[in-house]
Design a protein around this ligand. Sequence first.
Ligand SMILES: [Zn+2]
Length: 311
Amino acid sequence: MRLPLACEPDRTCFVQHYVDHDTSQGARDYTCGSRTYDKHDGTDFRVATRALAARESGMVLAAAAGHVLRTRNDVPDVLLNEAGRAAVAGRECGNGIVVAHADGYETQYCHLAQGSVRVVPGERVTAGQPIGQVGLSGATEFPHLHFTLRHEGKVIDPFSPALAPGECRIDAEALDGLWEKPIQAALAYKAGAVLSAGFADGPVTRADVEMEATRAIDPTSKAMVAFVSVIGLDAGDVQRLTLTRPDGRVLAENRAPPLVRSRAESLLFTGIKRPPDGWPSGTYTATFQVLRAGAVAVERVLTTTMPPPAR
Ligand SMILES: [Zn+2]
């Protein structure tokens, strides 16, 4: 299968949740890890920001050739935590498409933007054909494509089709998935991933990050803030974000306490107010690390250059 989104894996999109391989009330992904939740029957491909989801990165593509069985296109785009569960009851998939393929396979695409579905039942689609756009319809709290693969009505995890129901394997990465080879490599199971990161001139909210609405810094900025949005954290993980000035001195550090339980996403920031005599010009560096079992599991280093003040 092809990647069902026109995004760049690990840069503009990430796997947020895999299929749940635990048949009881617990949840385990195909590697026996925590990147799923109870009864999750598909793969969630998250687009890094809402702004990106509305552009090419959020274009939904048919994973393989087939013909369209069903579509829905009239569900409003709302965030679940604002609208509530009742508002999406019976329409958890939101705007969606079901495509039938050869040999009893079906793919389903959920949470598309209202009015974005481009195909109708009965229509033939080719592999990679654009069929809709990622939105926020149905039971969703972030822009993503929920993608389900079924064979004769039974859910198949495209990352580990050979595993029996209820089975997971720590070395499952070695198993052959159903993705095209380059995609398989790009989607290799990760310890966690940085969704987005940057510098801003003041406090940062999740909405700012999602809409790419943070303001860049310049010599007049009253504050300097570094932020990192990260997904796929485990219990025990320690996140650390350090901001250093051009001479290497640490300006600010945010070291979060070890996580009590696994966490799907987190927004961390650190920063300082403008010094009384202004910002020294030069390169400022923010270093983000996730420490897991004493080792660095995720790292991102970003820099920004402060020009000299205008005369
Ligand atoms: Zn999902």
